[in-house]
Design a protein. Structure first.
Length: 251
């Protein structure tokens, strides 16, 4: 694809995804992500010509100028936007789909030292990787997935899902919806997280909170029933009508 078509795509991507970008000139002059992409394309050409050392040198110059390190072997799609950029590291066998957004401090890194294998992650299209997130290993982050800032992701993230925390727990859209529906029935949403989130501590905690919420409601119902029969139960102080009080206990 010709240089200027790429550049136009990159500029449009910045302007559509960064409300701070005021003009094309500003984007061309002041966005290190744009400079890094231009130099990466040059490095990539040299890499394909097997001019490995000069190619790495171009990548190194880009790093010095922008703070963004993209290995020339990495494969980037169209309209990738690296915002701010400082501290971004993209490894040799990483692949990034079209329309991805990557913030400062992100690593797309490897976890093995074995040469000749794919060691780095593959991002699908439209993935957002928040500032400081570390995505480590050879797995796929599905189309439209979101990685929260400072997350440490070490396994696959399904399309459309959100991964947050260290180690990252995955929140699937449909699970979040299902849980919200259940919470609406119960009048309570423990932490708002999916029971299928893959953090065992979080799963245990949410299970306990849900259980406590059900018990709380039953105790309230029983004391009210007893009261109607003229029996006052002393020493029972329910949390009140707002079961979200339990949420605050774990906040
Ligand atoms: C993860 C992110 C993409 C939001 O995705 P989302 O699918 O809209 O998720 P929500 O905002 O509904 O959050 C879902 C839950 O994850 C939590 N969460 C969100 N981001 C988180 C993070 N980075 N770390 C830990 N937990 C996080 C939320 O608090 C929420 O929990 P709750 O339901 O108990 O309140 C966003 O929070 C994020 O981190 N974006 C990166 C932005 C960034 O790096 N900007 C830099 C600009 S310079």
């Amino acid at each position: 694809m010709p240089f200027f078509e790429h550049l136009r795509d990159d500029i449009l991507a910045v302007r559509s995804r960064d409300p701070a970008a005021r003009s094309v000139l500003e984007v061309v002059l002041c966005y290190p992500g744009i400079h890094a992409l231009i130099l990466h394309r040059l490095a990539k050409r040299l890499w394909r010509l097997r001019l490995y050392t000069i190619s790495r040198f171009v990548s190194h110059v880009a790093r010095v100028l922008t703070g963004i390190e993209i290995h020339p072997g990495a494969t980037l799609g169209r309209r990738v936007f690296i915002d701010h950029g400082m501290g971004v590291v993209i490894g040799e066998t990483a692949e990034i789909g079209d329309d991805c957004t990557i913030y400062q401090g992100v690593t797309l890194g490897g976890t093995t030292l074995t040469r000749g294998y794919k060691r780095h992650p593959t991002l699908g299209c439209g993935v957002i990787v928040g500032a400081g997130a570390q995505v480590l290993g050879n797995f796929i982050v599905g189309d439209g997935a979101k990685i929260g800032s400072n997350a440490v992701v070490v396994k696959e993230v399904p399309p459309g899902a959100t991964a947050v925390g260290n180690p990252a727990r995955v929140m699937l859209k449909e699970d979040q919806q299902r849980r919200e529906e259940a919470a609406a029935k119960m009048g309570f949403s423990a932490y708002g997280l999916s029971p299928d989130a893959n953090d065992p501590l979080a799963i245990a905690l949410h299970g306990l909170i849900d259980h406590a919420a059900i018990q709380e409601r039953r105790i309230t119902e029983l004391t009210e029933a007893l009261k109607r029969l003229g029996i006052e139960v002393e020493g029972v102080t329910p949390l009140g009508k707002d079961p979200r009080l339990l949420d605050r206990l774990v906040d």
